[in-house]
Design a protein around this ligand. Structure first.
Ligand code: AQP
Length: 332
């Protein structure tokens, strides 16, 4: 069994990324170990440059993200953690797969539409982003892709691209399946609970960053938008409280009914305080590990070169098969 997921190094990582990403990476790393499989986690720096960014910032954030992946529980001995641009097969697969992806498919991607609206300069890279993502996944003959539900449309497109390539050139790719968490698959912005918590599109006060100090977390949760009424229940007409309940499940591992039962009859104010304390308890040990790991750049560089080597070896047979089946003359 092969697991693959990617995460962008730009921007400060938030609780939504933890719920749909980091937390699931650790769980699937364990699953891969139990099943005798392999897990690959990729810092997708090529994706990050599809929107405006600062090169110096990208460099620092790449190391930050590596440290955070390890601090949240990934083990570089058991999983392959690597940087996308260190494995050139990703850029090559992007071009080859673009030939079996239609303009119409890419135009329908809601992430492109949302992000394009927010950009002054809409790059061609932002438009073709899902093709690069499909290549990331398919190069590793991936079975499972742990992600948040915001990525569902891209995963479906990846499956379509893989099926089309297989039909046209012969069986080449495993058809991957998205893995979405039962709760916390889409954490919403605390200030605007109808929008997802996001690096580029959210509000500062409504976004809990994984490296936020406890006071900031308390302040953000305290001012979280709630709904009318008093009941602490997970219901469609209560997006604010439902979001806080989901955050509580992510922080403590409880189910939604367990959180509802524990806080039945209590007011919103007390509940928000308890959610803040649970998030702080979750993040404090992660932050301490992060600081320790991040302070050793030599070790981080070593981890990256080990990861790149493993990822190159794992992806090489697939990119070679793609070239062969598409009729390219290969160097002897
Ligand atoms: N709000 C969210 N709830 C649950 N999961 C989420 N993910 C992102 N937001 C939420 C999941 O995090 C993983 C990494 O996503 P990414 O590489 O796209 O990182 P990002 O750019 O920091 O994510 P954002 O905030 O979603 O960025 P923008 O603003 O660019 O749209 C993925 O598995 C994703 O599903």
């Amino acid at each position: 069994m092969r697991i693959f997921s990617g995460i962008q190094p730009t921007g400060a990582k938030h609780l939504g990324n933890y719920a749909g990403g980091f937390r699931q990476y650790v769980a699937t790393q364990d699953l891969a170990a139990r099943e005798g499989g392999e897990a690959f986690f990729c810092i997708v720096d090529l994706h990050s440059v599809s929107v405006e960014y600062d090169p110096a910032d990208l460099r620092e954030r790449t190391f930050d993200l590596l440290a955070l992946l390890v601090a949240t529980g990934l083990d570089p001995e058991r999983s392959t953690i690597f940087v996308q641009s260190h494995v050139t097969a990703h850029a090559e697969a992007n071009w080859l797969l673009a030939t079996v992806t239609s303009f119409g498919e890419l135009r329908r991607m809601t992430q492109f539409k949302d992000k394009a609206e927010a950009q002054e300069f809409v790059s061609a890279a932002l438009f073709t982003y899902p093709v690069l993502q499909a290549g990331d996944i398919l190069l590793y003959q991936t079975d499972l892709v742990p992600v948040g539900v915001d990525q569902r449309q891209h995963i479906e497109l990846t499956r379509d691209i893989a099926e089309r390539f297989n039909a046209r050139y012969g069986e080449t790719f495993t058809i991957p399946r998205g893995v979405y968490p039962e709760t916390g698959a889409r954490i919403q912005d605390l200030q605007e609970p109808e929008r997802k918590m996001s690096t580029t599109g959210g509000t500062e006060q409504g976004t809990v960053y994984l490296l936020d100090p406890p006071d900031a977390i308390r302040r953000k949760l305290k001012t979280a938008v709630t709904d009318s009424g008093r009941e602490i229940v997970h219901r469609e007409d209560k997006p604010g409280i439902s979001n806080l309940i989901e955050i509580m499940t992510v922080a403590t591992g409880e189910s939604i009914p367990e959180v509802e039962a524990r806080f039945a009859g209590q007011g919103y104010g007390a509940f928000k305080e308890q959610v803040a304390e649970a998030v702080i308890a979750l993040l404090e040990p992660i932050q301490a590990r992060f600081r320790e790991i991040r302070s050793d750049p030599g070790e981080l560089r070593r981890l990256l070169s080990v990861g790149a080597e493993k990822a190159r070896a794992a992806s090489a047979p697939t990119i070679e098969a793609m070239y062969e089946r598409m009729g390219f003359v290969r160097p002897s």
